[in-house]
Design a protein. Structure first.
Length: 248
């Protein structure tokens, strides 16, 4: 429950409780088949799922040519990947993610943390010459054995890196390599699915088109994981915005 906003947040569930139809509730990334969804407001959300039941070699073999080439190049460089201890150094992680968000005109990490503060997080990193250059943030669903990407951030948009073509290439290699490393890590941990973190279907946004091209290189199967909102919450927000406009 998001106590601050009195909204019950349900993440990555496959069942909707009847009582949630009558209170302020949201189901984010719902992945079940329920008649109750017809009584909630739907917000389209799609993603791609990569099958982790195969061995790592076959997972990589299924990738597109560009992803495979860049992963191979990354392996020849002094790039180290691993699990980040969030409790040991949360401040650096938050600073890194927020700088990336600022450079892309996105909401800061604090916003998403408030929304998903009850989610179990797994943070992975890639370092080059002892410098952290990429972070990936995941939440995990043990029931469906799915690792779900929440954030991907790198130093590629930092001003001091814009003119360093070599380092920009290295960051690109490291980002793809870290995705592959993550898949193999989660596979070892017993997970069966890797969620690439959303896909902008039929987008006209040029930035999102580039992200889609990046994600397409990892292949995967497109699935519907739409968000649902209870009608009491939906209509209360509508009324609030109408009253707010009238008061201006």
């Amino acid at each position: 429950m998001n106590k601050k906003n009195f909204i019950k947040i349900n993440f990555h569930k496959n069942k909707i409780y009847i009582k949630d139809l009558f209170i302020f509730s949201r189901y984010l990334q719902f992945h079940g088949e329920e008649w109750k969804t017809y009584f909630m407001k739907k917000y389209n959300y799609f993603t791609k799922i990569i099958d982790l039941k195969r061995d790592c070699k076959n997972i990589k073999k299924s990738f597109g040519k560009s992803a495979k080439n860049q992963i191979n190049r990354a392996k020849k460089l002094p790039i180290k990947c691993g699990i980040y201890d969030l409790e040991q150094n949360f401040k650096f992680y938050k600073y890194f993610i927020d700088r990336f968000a600022k450079n892309k005109n996105r909401n800061f990490l604090s916003y998403d943390e408030n929304l998903n503060n009850d989610l179990k997080k797994v943070i992975t990193f890639a370092k080059y010459e002892n410098q952290t250059i990429v972070f990936h943030t995941y939440t995990v669903d043990y029931e469906s054995k799915t690792a779900i990407l929440l954030h991907s951030a790198s130093k590629i948009r930092e001003k001091n890196i814009q003119n360093d073509k070599k380092l920009k290439r290295v960051i690109g290699y490291a980002n793809r390599y870290l995705h592959y490393w993550d898949m193999c890590y989660f596979k070892k941990m017993g997970f069966k699915k890797y969620d690439i973190g959303g896909y902008a279907v039929d987008t006209e946004d040029e930035e999102l088109k580039k992200i889609n091209i990046f994600k397409n290189d990892f292949r995967g199967i497109m699935i519907d994981k739409s968000h649902y909102e209870s009608y009491p919450l939906y209509f209360s927000r509508k009324i609030y915005h109408i009253l707010k406009r009238k008061s201006v």
